[in-house]
Ligand binder design. Structure first.
Ligand SMILES: [Fe+2]
Length: 457
C-alpha cells in the first residue's frame, strides 16, 4: 500500500491512516491479561487507502479498517485489515481514489467504517449509509450482505442485540427520501419485521435504545438537505426533538408513537429499559450539533412516560462524555453501571472527537462516578465491556480499548478491571505500531466464535 500524507486535520496525528496490514503474535504485555478473557476485540474506524478528495471530514469519511486483538491464555495477538468493499476493490484496480467524501459531489462509497459486531454467527462491519459487510474472525471480507435481498437500503451502524431473545433490532434511515425503517432479525438471522415510515424531517438516527417492549430512538433537529452541499446538515432547534417509540412487534406504521420534547442531539444511547409505562434511556446528550454555539455535552437520563407523553430530562453528569456502553448482556434491562469516554484534557491539550483523556464508570443508582485518567499525551477510544464468563454479575468484567500515545510509533491496547476503573490498567499490550483514532467495536468471546474457534489462530 502506497503511503501518502495530507495536511487535513482529520488525517493527521492520531487520525492519520496506517497503510500496512499486519499480523503480530506473542505481543509484550505490561501487567497480566485476565486468563478468563478468551476471544477477540475488534474495532472499526476510517482509514482511507487513497488520498481523499477535498472536504474529507471525521467521522463521516474514510473506508473502514478493523483492528483486532486476539486474547487467549494470557497472550495477545494483533491483526488489522481493511474492509474489502466493492468500492475499495474498484479503487485498488484503478490505483486511485474514485469515490468522493460524504458531503462532496457523487459518487459516494459504502465505507463500512463505523462499527463491528456479531449476530447469528456472522461478524459485520457496519456503515449506516449502506448494507453491512460480513467478515470472518480472521478479518477476511466475505462480502456485502443484504439479508437475502430484504435490505433494500442501508442498515444502521448501531443495531442492538437483545441478550434474552437473540433478536437484532435496528432503525435504518435514508436522508434523501426522509424515510425510516424498523428492522428486526430473529436469533437465527431471519428478518421477521420490516416497517417503513416517514421521518418528521431528514435526520440521522444513529443509535437506538432497546427495551423489553419498545425500540426507542430520537429524531433530533439536525436537518439534512443535500442541496446545501457541505452545509447539508443544519441545526434547527425550533423543531424540537421527537422521541420515536416502536413496539418490538410492530407490523404497521400506525403502531408507531411520536412524542415531542425540547431540542437536543444524541449520537448514542448507552442503554434503555422499560418500567411500567416509563421508558428510561441513558445517553450522552448534546445541546446541539453543527452550526451554532453549542457548549453542553453531558450524560443524561430521559424518562419517557408512554401514557402521558411527558419527558423528564435529568443530568447525570455535566462533564462531557461520549461512547457510553454497558455490559451487553444487560442491554434492554435496567443497568446500574454505564461506562463512557470522558473529555478530560490537561492545560494545553486540545480535545479531539472520538478520543478521550479518561474513562468513567457511572453508578446510576448512587450517582457515584469513578475515573481513570490516562497519562498525559495519551487518548483512548470507546470503552468496550468484556464480561467475565465465570460471573453473571453486571459489574464483573473488563474495559477494553485502544490507546494512542503522542510521539510514540507503537500502539497500546489496555484492559481495566471494570470493578475498579480508577486503579488503572491491569494489562497493557504493546502493539507494533499505532492504531488511529476510530469508532466502535465489540468483544467477541471465543466460546461463541465461528466454527473451529479461529480466534485462537
Ligand atoms: Fe456511533
Amino acid at each position: 500500500m502506497q503511503p501518502w500524507h495530507s495536511d487535513n486535520p482529520a488525517l493527521t496525528n492520531a487520525f492519520a491512516p496506517v497503510f500496512d496490514e499486519r499480523d503480530d503474535a506473542d505481543l509484550p504485555v505490561d501487567g497480566t491479561l485476565p486468563p478468563c478473557l478468551s476471544g477477540v476485540f475488534m474495532r472499526n474506524g476510517p482509514n482511507p487507502q487513497f488520498e481523499p478528495g477535498p472536504g474529507y471530514t471525521y467521522p463521516y469519511d474514510g473506508t473502514g479498517m478493523v483492528h483486532a486483538v486476539y486474547l487467549d491464555g494470557g497472550q495477545a495477538r494483533y491483526r488489522n485489515r481493511w474492509v474489502l468493499t466493492q468500492e475499495l476493490q474498484e479503487e485498488r484496480q484503478a490505483g486511485r481514489r474514485i469515490y468522493n467524501p460524504t458531503f462532496g459531489p457523487p459518487p459516494q462509497a459504502n465505507l463500512a467504517n463505523t462499527n463491528v459486531m456479531r449476530h447469528a454467527g456472522k461478524i459485520y462491519a457496519l456503515y449506516e449509509g449502506g448494507c453491512p459487510y460480513e467478515m470472518d474472525v480472521s478479518l477476511s471480507t466475505v462480502g456485502p450482505d443484504t439479508f437475502r435481498g430484504k435490505l433494500a437500503g442501508a442498515l444502521s451502524a448501531h443495531p442492538k442485540v437483545d441478550p434474552a431473545s437473540g433478536e437484532m433490532l435496528a432503525i435504518n434511515y435514508d436522508l434523501m427520501s426522509g424515510t425510516l425503517e424498523y428492522l428486526r432479525m430473529d436469533a437465527s438471522g431471519q428478518v421477521d419485521r420490516q416497517v417503513q415510515f416517514a421521518s418528521p424531517w431528514p435526520a440521522l438516527v444513529h443509535d437506538i435504545g432497546l427495551t423489553a417492549t419498545h425500540v426507542v430512538a430520537f429524531v433530533c433537529p439536525l436537518v439534512f438537505d443535500f442541496s446545501r452541499g457541505p452545509a447539508a446538515p443544519a441545526w434547527e432547534p425550533q423543531r424540537g426533538t421527537r422521541v420515536l417509540l416502536v413496539p418490538r412487534d410492530c407490523t404497521a406504521p400506525s403502531q408507531i408513537r411520536w412524542i415531542e420534547t425540547d431540542p437536543f442531539f444524541n449520537w448514542h444511547v448507552a442503554n434503555a429499559h422499560v418500567d411500567g409505562d416509563v421508558i428510561e434511556a441513558v445517553m450522552p446528550w448534546h445541546d446541539g450539533l453543527g452550526s451554532g454555539p453549542h457548549k453542553r455535552l453531558e450524560l443524561h437520563r430521559l424518562r419517557i412516560d408512554i401514557a402521558s407523553g411527558r419527558v423528564q430530562d435529568e443530568v447525570v453528569d455535566d462533564q462531557p462524555c461520549e461512547f457510553g456502553r454497558v455490559n451487553d448482556a444487560w442491554l434492554g434491562k435496567r443497568t446500574r453501571y454505564c461506562y463512557a469516554g470522558l473529555r478530560d484534557p490537561r492545560p494545553g491539550e486540545t480535545p479531539q472527537p472520538g478520543a478521550f483523556e479518561s474513562f468513567a464508570r457511572y453508578d446510576l443508582d448512587t450517582g457515584a462516578k469513578s475515573v481513570y485518567r490516562l497519562p498525559a499525551g495519551q487518548t483512548a477510544g470507546e470503552p468496550v465491556f468484556a464480561a467475565d464468563p465465570a460471573s453473571t454479575a453486571e459489574c464483573d468484567g473488563y474495559i477494553l480499548s485502544f490507546v494512542h500515545a503522542e510521539n510514540d510509533p507503537g500502539g497500546r491496547f489496555i484492559v481495566l478491571d471494570a470493578r475498579d476503573l480508577a486503579a488503572g490498567p491491569v494489562a497493557q499490550v504493546r502493539l507494533p505500531r499505532r492504531v488511529p483514532v476510530g469508532l466502535h467495536g465489540s468483544w467477541l468471546p471465543s466460546s461463541r466464535s465461528a466454527p473451529g474457534n479461529q480466534a485462537r489462530r
